[in-house]
Design a protein around this ligand. Sequence first.
Ligand SMILES: Cc1ncc(COP(=O)(O)O)c(C=O)c1O
Length: 280
Amino acid sequence: MSSKVYINGDFIDSELAKISVFDRGFLFSDSVYEVVHVDTNKLFLFEEHLIRLRRSLCELKIQEPQVDFLKICKELLLLNPIDYGGIYIQVTRGEQKQRSHFWNNKNLTPNLIAFAQAGMRPESKALKAITYPDLRWGRCDIKSTSLLANVLAREEAALKSADEALLINLEGFVNEGSSTNVFIFKKGKVYTPPLSENILAGVTRNFCIETLKEMGIICLEQKILKEDLFLAEEVWITSSTKDVLPIGYIDDQDLNFKAPNSLWEKLYEKFKQRKIKALN
Ligand SMILES: Cc1ncc(COP(=O)(O)O)c(C=O)c1O
């Protein structure tokens, strides 16, 4: 059965949705996106994603489509109900018939697509990760679709039967995962890399920080060295499709993570309670 997708004002069968080959999103990755998490066919932290989408558009000077994004997401969930997954929204700078790097004074009309995608509800089991050099550009705070370095890192993880690649910068610090933010727990405190142009301000990262605060756990936004990953008592990753999950192995090294009585277990319980309240 084909899914219904949204494209520039219409909800149509995915097979019928077409974008021009001259679209700058296709030719230059000149576009931004968001993935709004869906649980039991309800949206999670929609407003936070919309704020980040608007910021990404603004930073790249892409015109914001004048649409009701919430209405589009809700309509997609009526047409394609999903138990667990996300609504993917992408805005490109638009079609430019004469291919050229610059677009100024062309008054392009952005293309907007959105679709619902079901995923697997994450199993509460420790994941495997690899470390990998961070080969990305200097504005990873913008959620652009230029994801080639992330894709290559994640592919390398898959080749090594791992679930995620943790991206290490030239100075040896952990930035984030290929599609996740990173936390470690060490000597009673939690640490996560500070917001900067090197990482995405994850919506789940922020939700996790708030959850830890409610639990009375100190969470410091501080740089984390690659070595710290191996010295930590626990390492977690967060994202809209994974919630918060523990890492059990990095580069085939066993971190000796045991879920019972871990801080992760307590955090995830509280996270899920807060999440149920925030779904709409
Ligand atoms: C590079 C990167 N970092 C972090 C995240 C997690 O962000 P969020 O929690 O908003 O899904 C993502 C999500 O796609 C990502 O692509």
